[in-house]
Structures are given as C-alpha cells and as structure tokens.
Design a binder for this molecule. Structure first.
Ligand code: ADP
Ligand code: MG
Length: 405
C-alpha cells in the first residue's frame, strides 16, 4: 500500500480573502467593500478546565474564516452565501423570524442579536463566507464564524466594543443563537490571540497573559483523526454536572478552588467517578500553568511531559478520548524525542477531532507522514496533518487601515 503524504497545504489568508471577494463580486454584481477575517484555534493544554474557572493555553491557528460583504441599499435581511457549505440564505434582521433557516445561520443570527442588544443595530447587507478552518474538527470553526461576523458588524457600523466584550458577545451568540453552552476559550482566542504567542487565559477572571512561542526550531503540528463519534450528545453537560457535584463534595465553589490535598482528603467519601473527574480538572489546571512557565523558560522536555500527562488524564480520568485519538498520541509518543516529538495530546472537547503535538520543526514533515501512515494501517482512516505558527486574532482586511490600530 502506498501511503500518501498527508500534510495538507492550505491557501494563505490573502488568497482566501481574494477568493471570497471574487465570489462576492460574482454573486452580488458589485465589489465587496468590507472583508474581515477571524482564525480558528488550537489548545496546547488545559482541556475541560474552562468551565471550572481554570486556565487554558490556546493559540490562534493560521486557518481563517473570512467574510466579504457590502451594505445593501434596501431590504430587511442579510443575504449570505457560505461557500463552505455551499448554501445561500436570507436572514431576517428582526428577531424571532429565523425558524426555517439552516442550523449554521444560527451562529450568525446569534451575533447579530448580541450586537443588537449592545445598541449596534443590524443593517441590511450581502455577504460571502469562505473558510480554511475545518468544520466540526475541534479547531473552532464556530468561533471563527462568529468573530468574523462580529468584526464585520463593527466594520460596517463603525462602532466597536472592547476586544473582551466582543469575545463575550460571540460566546453569548453561541449560547443563545446556536444553543451550545461553550466556555470562553474559543471566542477569546479568535479575538485576542497574537502572532507568535500562546495565550494563557484565566477563565475565572478573564485575564490573559501572552506567552511567546516563536523559537523557529519548534512547531505545532495538528493531526485530524477525521472521526467524530456521535455519542448520546449529553457527555459535555454530564461532565459539567459531575464537576459541579465534585466541587460541592469538596466544599468549594468551583474546582479551581480545590487542591490535590483537599481531593485526597475527601477521596474515601466521594463517588469514584467524581473523584476521577475532579482529579483530571485539578491536575490539568496545574499542568497548564506549569506548561506556560516551562515554555517561557524553554524547558521543552517538561512541556512534553505535561502534554502526555494531560492526554493520559483525559483518557483515563475524564474519559473523553477515543481509540483513534489514543492511537495518534501513542504513535507520537513511540516516535519520541529522538524523532523530534516533544509532546502530544488530544485537543478540544474529545471523542474525535484533532491531536496537537509540539515537534521539532526539522522533523515535522517526516513525523506527520509516519504517524498518518501508521494510523491508516491501524484504523483504515486517513488522518490529515498540518503545522501552524501561532497566528493573530481577528482583523479587518478591507477597508485597509490607515490610522486604525
Ligand atoms: P468546531 O467549532 O469545532 O469546528 P462546532 O460544532 O462548534 O465545531 O461548529 C461547527 C458548526 O459551525 C458547523 O456545523 C456550522 O453549523 C457552523 N459553521 C462554522 N463555520 C462555518 C462556515 N464557514 N459556513 C457555515 N457554517 C459554519
Ligand atoms: Mg465550536
């Protein structure tokens, strides 16, 4: 069997923006006057900690959702074509009239409503969405869509909210528009991340600290298992509820306030499943701050150890991994440091999606080929891999900035 080289090539942000603008001109018969972009994200470490008031350490990836748009002279709708799903819709600008529209429009509707609530009224416009963020792969295409749309609303209206407020409005859009009770990581990453940096985000007080990751010898490699296990759908809510129950058993408001010592003292009085859930969260919060420090001081072995430990904890204690993700991480671990692997773990909510690995740049291509090849042999599934530098958060590409910051 010939194993393909699976390191994906993607188009640059400039090319993506040009493609969206060309589609807009073709579709609506006039040039786009606004183009905005927002990146997806990958979380290096700190999984299932956000809703426990803990730390996460994501970065924006060099994959974007862009919107090319122009105001419409009349009408009471936003006419929007998504090239990604190849569908055009008319979204009514007045609330409560979106019942028959496809699900993907609910994210946009959510953003329009959230800005409306902020006093920034939606105006009729035409738009084209295009994206290089894979949908539903755990790289947060949903936040990229929301944040690109929020950036567009701000560009078209000339009214801006603060970056933190913008991220919170997009989170609100995901909660209320799409009905997904997500934490704050995805939207904060897509808005606030800076090129060349990871973002240590304290999900309790929403403070951020940028951690440089700019050593050209190290690269972040993302491997998509290309599986998404549809379980009962209630796993996320169940984990959240178990965390709340564990916090109550430990007598703290959230697991952020608990320590390993408190947990050990209570072990005999706790249901084993709650103990294990809490052990993951408490350990993971600690690992995340340790990883940020280790990256800051270039202690790469320590970073790798923390990433592998994070994966083991998600697999065994939190039980959100799956066979395919475990295979990808095992393969990386077996290649080991001699073959340029620093660390690897599942990333995102779990049950499929991607792994994130920190690797030596010189070894990235060979490593991706080795892992994807072995994965295909073992599972029959083609994984896709790409490496990415830490990218910059959302921006307005058109109109081009003159004195804008
Ligand atoms: P993730 O955020 O990990 O990619 P989600 O399930 O949270 O996965 O969000 C994916 C959903 O977001 C898609 O199923 C779709 O409804 C919507 N979406 C994201 N990007 C686009 C896009 N470019 N065009 C249309 N819908 C999109
Ligand atoms: Mg999402």
């Amino acid at each position: 069997m010939i194993v393909q080289v699976l390191v994906e090539k993607t188009i640059s942000l400039d090319d993506l923006a040009a493609r969206a603008a060309a589609t807009f001109a073709n579709q609506f018969g006039r040039p786009a006057r606004f183009v905005t972009a927002a990146p997806g994200r990958v979380n290096l470490i700190g999984e299932h900690t956000d809703y426990n008031g803990g730390f996460v350490l994501p970065m924006a990836i060099d994959r974007y959702t862009v919107v090319a748009a122009d105001l419409a002279a009349k009408g009471k709708v936003a006419r929007i074509l998504s090239c990604t799903v190849d569908e055009q819709v008319e979204i009514p600008l007045r609330k409560g009239k979106a019942d028959a529209l496809p699900v993907w429009t609910s994210y946009i509707r959510g953003v329009l409503d959230a800005y409306d609530g902020e006093g920034i009224r939606p105006v009729p416009f035409d738009g084209v969405i295009d994206s290089t963020v894979p949908l539903g792969g755990g790289l947060s295409s949903s936040a990229a869509l929301e944040v690109a749309m929020a950036t567009l609303i701000e560009a078209m209206s000339g009214s801006q909210v603060t970056p933190v407020r913008k991220a919170l409005l997009c989170q609100q859009a995901e909660h209320e528009g799409a009905g997904v009770p997500c934490g704050i990581m995805d939207q904060f990453s897509s808005v606030l991340c800076q090129a060349g940096h990871l973002m240590l985000l304290d999900c309790r007080n929403q403070q951020t600290k940028m951690v440089p990751l700019a050593d050209p010898n190290y690269t972040v490699l993302i491997i998509n298992s290309n599986v998404k296990h549809e379980l009962t759908g209630g796993e996320y809510a169940e984990r959240r509820q178990q965390c709340e129950a564990a916090a109550a058993a430990l007598g703290v408001e959230s697991l952020r306030d608990a320590t390993t010592q408190t947990l050990e003292q209570h072990q005999s009085r706790m249901e084993s499943i709650l103990y294990r859930r809490a052990r993951h969260v408490i350990g993971e919060i600690h690992r995340t701050t340790c990883a940020a420090e280790a990256i800051g001081t270039a202690r790469w072995e320590e970073v790798g150890r923390l990433m592998f430990a994070s994966h083991a904890s998600l697999r065994d204690d939190y039980e959100v991994s799956c066979a395919e993700l475990d295979i990808l991480v095992d393969l990386a671990e077996r290649l080991g440091s001699e073959r340029g692997v620093i660390g690897s773990r599942m990333t995102g909510g779990g049950f499929g999606g991607c792994t994130v690995s920190l690797v030596q740049t010189s070894a990235a291509q060979e490593m991706a080929e080795a892992i994807c090849g072995a994965y295909q042999k073992e599972t029959g599934i083609e994984a896709t891999a790409f490496s990415t530098p830490p990218a910059h958060g959302a921006k307005i590409l058109l109109p081009q900035a003159t004195a804008r910051n």
